[in-house]
Structures are given as C-alpha cells and as structure tokens.
Ligand binder design. Sequence first.
Ligand code: ADP
Length: 255
Amino acid sequence: MKRVVIKVGSHVLTQDGEIAKKRMLALVQLIVKLKSHEYEVILVSSGAVAAGFTQLPLDRAILDNRQALAAIGQPFLLKMYQEKFAIFDVLCSQVLFSADVFNSPKHIRHAKVAIDTLLKNGVVPIINENDTVSVEELVFGDNDRLSAHVAHHFDAELLVILSDIDAFYDKDPNRYDDAKRRAVVTTILDEELNAEHTPNNDFATGGIVTKLQSADFLMKHGKEMFLASGFNLKDIHSYLIDKNHVGGTLFRNPS
Ligand code: ADP
C-alpha cells in the first residue's frame, strides 16, 4: 500500500461563503477510488471557518470570530464529509491537532498509533488543526505546513496539495500571462522560500510560499509533494491512478 496525504485548501472547498458541495463530493469520489487502488489516504481539510459562517455570519476579518467560527463549523464540515463518504460505504473520522503536537515525540507516537489503526480498518482520517486553540494556520498557512508534518511523521510517501492553482509557475500566473508551468522541481531557492507574503510581491502573492516551504521540508526528508488543481481533479487522477504526469508540479529530490 502507498500512503498519501491529500490537503485541500479553503479556496477549493468553499464558494460564495459556503461549502462547495460538488467539489467536496468529487474529492470524496477520488479518495474512494484511490482506496480501491493501492492507496491509503489521509485527508487534511480546511473549511471549518467557512462552514461555521454558513451557520452564524460573524465578521471573518476578526481573528476571535474566526476561532469561534472554526468551533461552530468543524462538526458541520465533518458531517458533510461523513454523508458523502457514506454514499460509498466508507467511514471517515475526525483528527484534530494543535501545532505543538509535532514538537513532542510522545504525542506524535500516540497520534501515529491512532492514524495507523484507522487506516488499517479502512477508515479515512480527516485531519485539521484545532483552530479554536491554535490560531497560527488561521492567520497564515491554511494547513500547508500542517499537512507536510502529517506526511512526514505518519510515513506517507507523498503529499498532494489541491489548490486554487493547478501547478507551480516561474511567476504568479494570476498576474503574468506568460508564466510557465514547472512540471518537476528539484531545488527551491532560498529567496523563494523566504519571499515576503504580500500582495505586492511579484513572486509571493497568495499562499504559494507556504506550499514551497512544505515542499522543501518534505524534500529534505526524502519525500515528494505534488501540487495540482482542486477545482478539476483530472491532473491528480492521471498522476496517481493512470501514472501519467500531465499537469501539476512534482517536487522531488534530484535522482
Ligand atoms: P490554496 O487554494 O491552496 O489556498 P493559495 O490561494 O493560498 O492556495 O495559493 C495559491 C496562489 O498563489 C495562486 O492562486 C497564485 O495566485 C499564487 N501564486 C503566486 N506565485 C505563484 C507561482 N509562482 N506559481 C503558482 N501560483 C502562484
């Protein structure tokens, strides 16, 4: 069995302030299909704040409110996943982490036992950061870093990041028409990793920097990362199931 972690960001999972139900269903279908091939899948899912907002429209510009919305939305998000996995007779489960779990070998060991046991029993672990108590990912990151730690510590070969962008480009494709896709990346430059996350930076708009940091972390630990579109799952389907790298970016060590 090949163990993979799939991370889906809130841009993909939400539309007009609501959970994008069709996209969630497509993701669940992909995971079910991967399970019937040679894969064990761990899902890292954002979307709790958006799910909470559909129940209580607090001002999301305020961090306190986002913490409260995450608390309201997390059970709703999981209920939606449960209903969709149930269509295919698959059980899913909720695993909430605070960021400091990965600073403690004891906690990592405990969490790994639970994840291994879930996977052994065919259950899909759905991991999210407990945003009510650890606000770092709410401020910046949207689970990119968390998912890299999950992949590394729970022995996955590959982290798949399903994003609002379909690959990594030589410059921001939303700002430059001539941006070119990079199919395989084997080195990430320091200036790319440390690029400031501001809307005015040519390189580092959006959350691409946290994705590069995750890729760098995994490559240093001998693992791979694949960045692909979460709006259209054909590239990740081709890559994982048909073994055909058509779109998306693979980050891996030079061989
Ligand atoms: P997610 O959907 O996973 O939350 P983000 O929106 O946080 O993703 O980050 C992806 C965004 O990063 C893209 O929409 C794109 O505008 C921006 N970006 C900046 N530089 C690049 C680049 N070199 N390649 C790809 N995307 C880039």
